[in-house]
Design a protein around this ligand. Structure first.
Ligand SMILES: Cc1ncc(C[n+]2csc(CCOP(=O)(O)OP(=O)(O)O)c2C)c(N)n1
Ligand SMILES: [Mg+2]
Length: 434
């Protein structure tokens, strides 16, 4: 470029030259990983503030870490939600189901049955345990890594797979990218690929619920990287201004594809501390501790239901696998990160807790894992009858023009006919995806 100086310009005064800081992750492929700089308090050491607390009195909660499950596999402290053994076993099963589902769908993508899939390995507690603390008709506005909510809410696995295969059983008629589910019956808002759009939508829905004098609250989930989007900040402003009955869940899994959390501000402060500037209650929790996830969500839900205000919760966790089936994390981060992650594995921690309580054992765990794998396998076979990628068993092409207008306008009808005609001319034998 013509006007760009080739060398550093001579200083014009004795003032120091300005410098730009560009964040760089601590570890790259092949590096030894040492997480000893992370401050991880003992489980049970944080007090539990009153649910109607003034955010000004909660500053420590935005920088600390709420933890319930200790290294001794026991539940500790004021945040222990004291769930009965049946509920804990349901939570464990939902999480095991998510893992079984993720494994099979990932393989399905590698086998060419779908174009795309995203796992949530290591983050199961942040969706399963949190959503179990909500009422089943509270409205959720998730991102793409919260399949755990649908599973916890009992959405049929076969319908999830039909959506992933975009087949003729797909309730969304192939109009959404695989995994971008939507279910009005399960109060699960349509997932959008445009990051963070769900956050102002959740706040708006919560405001509407309050305007109508309804009792249902809203909760949204957003990745830490996505908090850098303007939408997230607009959501925080509206939430605090109107005291909307909403919970903003930020999943800090350390990575946004190949960008580490530092690019969204993690070098400077915590994501929970975002709450402070807006006057929102902020909680930072161990995202691999299912009981802490449940307890934090329950605290925030009680607060919202009491008209005491919105809450921003940061779940400190780790994305154990690639971003999606299109990603290979070995190209940008050290494989040791997953092994060294100091907060452990959420499924194993809950399992060990149940064993410690005398309410579970390894044999039951193996039997449950097998049962989940078999259930997912059977659902896959069922969904495959409706078609897989490239088999042409999708909804008829004409449906892509439908459902926007009550009656299809003549110009769209013409376009539809033309599109289908052109396809027949181009691929008389059916062609790709026919
Ligand atoms: C507005 C927008 N910008 C960029 C993208 C591309 N993109 C998709 S996922 C992603 C990473 C998001 O990371 P994070 O919010 O941390 O969520 P995570 O994937 O870790 O769950 C990016 C950059 C997008 N879909 N939408
Ligand atoms: Mg992330």
């Amino acid at each position: 470029m013509a006007n760009r100086p080739e060398t550093t310009p001579e200083p014009k005064s004795n003032k120091p030259a300005l410098q730009l800081h560009v964040p760089e992750p601590k570890y790259r492929p092949g590096d030894e990983v040492d997480y000893s700089h992370l401050e991880i308090p003992e489980a049970g050491t944080q007090p539990r503030p009153d649910e109607t607390s003034d955010p000004k009195d909660m500053l420590d909660f935005a920088y600390g870490l709420v933890r319930v499950l200790g290294d001794d596999n026991k539940a500790h402290g004021a945040w222990d939600p004291k769930l009965d053994a049946d509920t804990l076993r349901t939570m464990l099963r939902n999480m095991a189901m998510v893992r079984a589902f993720d494994d099979r769908m990932f393989r399905g993508q590698r086998q060419g049955k779908t174009s795309f899939y995203m796992k949530c390995t290591g983050e199961e507690a942040t969706s399963v345990a949190s959503s179990m603390a909500l009422a089943s008709d509270d409205m959720v506005f998730p991102s793409y890594r919260q399949q755990g909510i649908l599973i916890a809410r009992g959405y049929p696995i076969v319908d999830m797979i039909n959506q992933i295969y975009s087949n003729k059983g797909d309730k969304l008629k192939g109009r959404q990218l695989p995994i971008m589910y939507s279910s009005r019956e399960h109060s699960f808002f349509s997932i959008s690929g445009n990051l963070a759009t769900q956050t102002p939508q959740a706040v708006g829905w919560a405001m509407a619920s309050a305007i109508k004098g309804d009792t249902r609250i809203a909760a949204t989930w957003v990745g830490e990287g996505s908090t850098a989007e303007g939408d997230f900040h607009n959501a925080c402003t509206f939430a605090t201004v109107y005291n909307a009955p909403v919970i903003l869940n930020v999943i800090n899994n350390q990575w946004a594809i190949s960008s580490f959390s530092g690019f969204a501000g993690a070098e400077r402060t915590t994501f929970a501390a975002r709450a402070l500037g807006y006057g929102l209650a902020g909680l930072r929790v161990d995202g691999n501790d299912a009981l802490a996830c449940y307890a934090a969500q329950q605290w925030a839900a009680n607060r919202a239901r009491a008209n005491a205000g919105p809450t921003l919760i940061e779940y400190f966790t780790y994305r154990a696998e690639g971003h999606s089936t299109s990603d290979d994390p070995s190209g940008y981060r050290s494989a040791q990160e997953r092994e060294e992650w100091p907060l452990g594995d959420p499924v194993m921690r809950l399992k060990n807790h149940l064993i410690e309580l005398g309410e579970w054992d390894e044999d039951r765990q193996s039997a449950m894992d097998l049962e989940c794998a078999e259930l997912v396998k059977a659902a896959t076979k069922e969904a495959e009858k409706n078609g897989i990628l490239g088999h042409g068993m999708h909804h008829p092409f004409h449906t892509m023009f439908e459902d926007v207008y009550e009656e299809l306008p003549w110009n769209l009808e013409e376009q539809a006919e033309q599109a289908i005609r052109e396809r027949q001319v181009k691929w008389p034998k059916g062609g790709p995806g026919a």
